[in-house]
Design a protein around this ligand. Structure first.
Ligand code: 4AD
Ligand code: MG
Length: 431
């Protein structure tokens, strides 16, 4: 393949003439000097050319070219400390690949609905570019964490007959002559593969028909979910902590430019080092009440409660041992306190709230069956799952980390919708 030069490695070509292939992201001119903001998908660079350098006719052409026209630009790479990426291109010429129509997204403020309707174009903007690049790094770092520690990646099905996380958010679809659901989580299958392979993880989409519009819920989101045979609650907490530290570290190491575009406070991310504080649900309830935020023991921590709690911390923290009433059937009971389960959520600081949910799984067949009956789950459909408690049951546990929640926090965004290229929300299926 032909050697191409890209903006994110332009420093290797300092002083040399290069050709870049991309799009016109912005433009201004003084009549004598032209400044083109140019992007190629790996970054943004300013190209500067005088009328004398590039000739009258091309100068006029560039000066009126609609934004997002596609171009090949040629010029000499110059270091410039004032430039965002540290380099500028001294333009010697360019070739128009396609002159765009008048571009609908301009510098002026647009409403969220307009931008979301134009999401297929909006993703070209700097902040969207930065967010999607960080998302890719976050995913690669998470996968690398597990791949480099002996976990086996096992993909779990998307079409399933079972609910995992309650029946109210199930997405029903038809499966020939019966009904099926889109997966809410790969966990139950992970528990089976962990009994076959010891340490496993799955990475895939999860679907939940969340009826509430919030800044932290999507209908379709991606989860990375490890499951480990013979792991107890403390192991699960250790793994969550180590994983999240490594993911943040990787973003800081490789995505400084993108964090800069987002104006994300890097110091807040540099504080993300172990150990994270571990508090029980009961302690969390006390903290809320002490802060004047009335909360009754036994309820689930809602978005608002989590925000109040998460504003009290400067790095992620773990809340463990939630009450039985707010956690699914598969959670193991705490042998020392029958009211609570061996569950743990990780909450992100700065008001962000839950980014990880998991815990230790119920090991005993009779207990599990009883709980499923209490919750009116169709036990017939879960016989395969109950087999895991019939044939060599072991203590085990795992968790799910929501990629979009994680990216929202790492990027410091006010809303989850920009963390995925084409978000699916309560009132948005398009584009
Ligand atoms: O806490 P949840 O519901 O846990 C499970 O699904 C477990 N079965 C995972 C496991 O133990 N293997 O979801 C896990 C994470 C949440 O902490 C959150 O980060 C994310 O998935 N999440 C969502 N993200 C965006 N939109 C939604 N509607 C989400 N629901 C959960
Ligand atoms: Mg949860």
């Amino acid at each position: 393949m032909r050697d191409r030069v890209y903006i994110d490695e332009i420093g290797q070509h300092e002083g040399k003439e290069v050709t870049l292939e991309g799009w016109l992201a912005g433009r201004r001119s003084s009549g004598k000097i032209l400044f083109l903001q140019f992007r190629d998908g790996t970054g943004f660079i300013q190209c500067v050319g005088s009328r004398a350098d590039i000739g009258d006719e091309p100068f006029e052409a560039a000066d009126t070219l609609p934004l997002e026209s596609s171009l090949r630009v040629t010029g000499t790479v110059r270091a410039d400390a004032r430039a965002p990426g540290g380099y500028e291109l001294s333009l010697t010429g360019f070739e128009i690949v396609h002159g765009a129509e008048e571009y609908p997204i301009s510098r002026k403020e647009h409403g969220t609905a307009f931008l979301m309707d134009h999401r297929h174009l909006w993703i070209r903007s700097p902040r969207q570019f930065a967010t999607l690049r960080i998302r890719a790094t976050v995913i690669a770092a998470a996968r690398n964490y597990f791949d480099s520690r002996g976990y086996t990646l096992v993909d779990t099905p998307i079409l399933t007959p079972n609910s995992v996380e309650g029946t109210t958010t199930l997405f029903e679809t038809s499966y020939f002559n019966e009904s099926a659901y889109l997966s809410q989580s790969g966990q139950l299958y992970n528990e089976a593969t962990a009994m076959a392979l010891g340490k496993v993880y799955c990475f895939g989409p999860a679907f939940r028909a969340e009826k509430s519009k919030t800044r932290r819920h999507l209908i379709e989101f991606w989860q990375i979910e490890p499951e480990i045979a013979y792991a107890d609650l403390d192991d699960i907490m250790d793994i969550q902590e180590e994983l999240v530290c490594e993911m943040v570290e990787r973003v800081l190491e490789t995505r400084a430019t993108e964090l800069g575009i987002l104006e994300r406070d890097a110091d807040a991310l540099k504080r993300v080092v172990a150990p994270f504080q571990r508090i029980t649900y009961t302690e969390a309830v006390d903290k809320l009440n002490e802060a004047g935020h009335a909360f009754e023991w036994g309820g689930d921590l809602g978005a608002e409660d989590e925000t109040v709690l998460a504003n009290m911390f400067d790095r992620p923290f773990l809340v463990h041992r939630y009450p039985r009433s707010v956690k699914p059937f598969y959670m193991e009971d705490d042998p020392h306190d029958a009211r609570v389960t061996l569950s743990v959520d990780m909450l992100a600081p700065e008001g962000y709230g839950e980014i990880v949910g998991g815990g230790q799984r119920a090991m005993d067949l009779d207990t599990l069956e009883q709980r499923m009956r209490d919750e009116n789950l169709p036990i017939e459909d879960y016989q395969w799952y109950l087999d895991l408690r019939r044939y060599g049951s072991v203590p085990h546990g795992g968790f799910g980390l929501g990629i979009e929640r994680f990216v929202t926090w790492v990027c410091g965004l006010p809303h989850i919708r920009e963390t995925t290229a084409f978000p699916r929300m309560l009132s948005r299926l398009r584009p």
